[in-house]
Ligand binder design. Sequence first.
Ligand SMILES: [Zn+2]
Length: 162
Amino acid sequence: MTNEELLERYPFLKTDEEDKTWLDHMWDGWRKLFGIQLCEDLKEAIAEENIQDFKISTLKEKFGKLRLICHGGNGKDKIWEIKTAYEYISSRTCIECGKFPVHMYDSDGYICPHCKEHKPKYARIRDNSPAVDELKWTVECLGEKNDYYIDLRPYYEKLGIR
Ligand SMILES: [Zn+2]
């Protein structure tokens, strides 16, 4: 899809920069794995919950995770769930190629998820990296570590992750 087509389908992707969308602010690997699906999920939630004037005000990477800040959807459960789900998924998606699941690496304090092929030469796996071979673990982990539960399986399914 061209940026023009993206903005027509997902008006909330509009930035202050001409001819750009918030997806241009996303790491290539993340965009490849879930960029469009994230937009589709947001679009669906906006319609379902009848949210007016929804827009993204920030989309960036922070501590190796997707950080999405929106206006118009604050406090709406579905938008919150989508943001939290993709924050988690992003933390296990290689920022270069979109491979999933991968470890989080620490490269002189710069923390990012990479596959083995794309990790910086001297980067180290962070101790709290998840067990990458057990997708189910992530679902349980998210519920255990925090006081809420999001079933990530529908998200994995939509992304073709088995
Ligand atoms: Zn990679």
